[in-house]
Design a protein around this ligand. Structure first.
Ligand code: UAG
Length: 501
């Protein structure tokens, strides 16, 4: 695409335009991905500053530099086009949408946000939409799925440039609908700006990521931005609506503020979509789902109340999109597995091992309280808290785990630049607080593999070992290194070693 078509060049402050007919061969916000003829966005980040990599981008062939730092004296290189903007990330969202010709205008786009349950809801919804007969793309925490191609993703919600490129690939493959998991970071940092969302769901809202948002109000207003984006969608090719968890007090506030048709889901019968006659099993759930368009009996392969909520969220999105109840039930039942969510590791041992992504007190509370109710043996939980993330949540996580476990083993999650021992001690404060009320054994084993091994050596027939927090992740991030670690793989390996010894 030529430069002039990408930018309204009159709009910008400082610029050094070499040739407004210049053909831009690609876009990048990471200098290491720049190829000859690319446009490079220099983003002031949190760890470093993209402006420091402009030279690197130029060496690799960048033809256009989009930047914001007014301190840079110009033009250091007259052969490149330089355009100074106020907010590079925001500009990147606009320009990427333009470069890829606004793929979301040609598609039906579903956004899923909330504190917990986003990924499972995305998987349920995608399966329903596919079972209804139309291919559906997916961008979610562990992976992006474009037809037969599956890509690992770094962020839950990727940068605007990556999202637009991914949606364009979907369109090129004839996929005309997509489900997008939208994090609060994604919303606050403008990663989803420029997208045309047709419908959105908020699964629930409890305080999260306060190290980034600083206040619940900011977190809440970031999440609400997704609803505003559906309201502002001028495409209108599909009915626009909003779905919220009617059992969640914070979500209910959105109902009164929304200008769009807003429907609720939940366990209470006053919700538009609700469940009754729920029967919980340790490996599945049976229930009747009631909707304004009829009732369906459903057997989910995922257990627990949180799975019910996620299935109801997806059901509400699908039903109000016009999908028949029968197809909805079929799609839910076809969802046998969500990566890193309640994955049972089985090597023939006589205790149960579950890997789950639960990584805040709310997620831990709903999964562990369920396990405690369902299991007669001991509950042994291995968990850690992320470094450089809200410190206040660590004791809360510790307290929640201790409340529902017989043995807590505190280990490392992603320590990042923090001392893992201190992070574990912060969680231990909560465990110790709970110890005054309930008997619970606890210890700290910082090496996650060793912690899992210790849990297995303590487990007896009928017990459950719950490995919380990392779910599908394949790495542990330390200040000086990234090590390969996946809870499921490590658990399986250790269980097999036990079998052979
Ligand atoms: C805090 C945060 O959101 N950070 C994200 C952000 O990084 P950043 O802005 O700090 O970038 P930076 O590392 O300072 O680098 C600045 C710029 O220099 C560029 N650079 C850097 C090095 C180089 O050699 N050349 C170069 O051009 C970088 O590409 C970047 O554009 O932009 C990066 C590129 O998109 C993200 O990968 C990164 O996510 C990190 C990994 C992260 O941990 N993010 C978390 C907090 C996050 O976003 N989580 C939510 C999910 C939350 C949830 O619901 O659980 C998510 O959506 O994933």
């Amino acid at each position: 695409m030529i430069l002039k078509k990408l930018f309204n060049l009159n709009e910008y402050g400082y610029k050094n335009i070499v040739d407004d007919q210049l053909k831009i061969s690609g876009l990048a916000f990471d200098s290491r991905l720049v190829r000859p003829g690319y446009l490079f966005f220099a983003i002031p980040g949190i760890n470093t500053d993209g402006h420091l990599y402009i030279e690197d981008a130029i060496k690799r062939g960048a033809a256009v530099i989009v930047y914001s730092d007014p301190e840079i004296s110009f033009p250091p290189h007259r052969e490149q086009t330089w355009i100074r903007v106020v907010d590079v990330r925001k500009t990147m969202a606009q320009i990427s949408a333009q470069f890829y010709d606004h793929p979301s205008r040609e598609m039906r786009l579903f956004g899923v946000t909330g504190t917990n349950g986003k990924t499972s809801t995305c998987f349920f919804l995608r399966n329903i939409l596919e079972d209804d007969g139309h291919a559906c793309g997916l961008m979610t925490t562990p992976k992006n799925i474009i037809g037969p191609d599956v890509y690992e993703a770094i962020n839950t919600t990727e940068e605007s440039l990556q999202i637009q490129a991914c949606l364009k690939s979907m369109l090129n493959k004839g996929i005309r609908q997509a489900v997008l998991e939208v994090s609060s970071h994604g919303l606050a940092l403008g990663r989803v700006d420029g997208l045309f969302f047709d419908a959105a769901v908020i699964t629930n809202l409890v305080a999260e990521h306060l190290e980034f948002h600083k206040s619940f109000e900011h977190y809440f207003s970031s999440k609400k931005k997704l609803i505003e984006m559906v309201e502002q969608n001028t495409k209108k090719s599909y009915p626009r609506f909003v779905i919220v968890n009617g059992d969640d007090e914070n979500c209910r506030k959105i109902i009164t503020e929304s200008h769009l048709p807003t429907f609720t889901f939940g366990l209470r019968p006053e919700n538009d979509v609700f469940a009754e006659d729920i029967e919980y099993f340790v490996d599945r759930t049976e229930m009747k789902i009631k909707t304004p368009k009829g009732n369906e009996s459903v057997q989910l392969s995922l257990p627990g109340q949180h799975a019910v909520y996620n299935a109801l969220a997806a059901t509400a999105m699908a039903i109000f999109s016009g999908i028949e109840g029968e197809k909805v039930a079929q799609g839910l039942e076809h969802t046998h597995r969500v990566p890193g969510r309640w994955e049972v590791v089985n090597a023939g041992q006589d205790f149960m091992v579950i890997v789950d992504f639960a990584h805040n007190w709310h997620g831990l509370d709903s999964t562990l309280s369920f396990i405690k109710k369902m299991v007669r043996g001991k509950v042994i939980t291995v968990f850690g808290c992320g470094g450089e993330r809200d410190r206040n949540k660590r004791p809360m996580m510790g307290e929640t785990v201790a409340r529902w476990s017989d043995i807590c083993i505190i280990t490392s999650d992603n320590p990042r630049h923090e001392d893992p021992r201190q992070t574990a001690e912060d969680a231990m404060q909560g465990v110790s607080k709970c110890k005054k009320e309930v008997p619970v054994e606890s210890c700290i084993i910082l090496d996650r593999r060793e912690a899992i091994s210790q849990a297995f050596s303590l487990a007896q027939a009928g017990d459950v070992v719950f490995l919380a927090g990392k779910g599908p992740e394949r790495y542990q991030v330390y200040h000086d290194r990234i090590i390969c670690h996946n809870d499921y793989d490590v658990a399986l390996e250790l269980l097999k070693e036990r079998n052979s010894s």
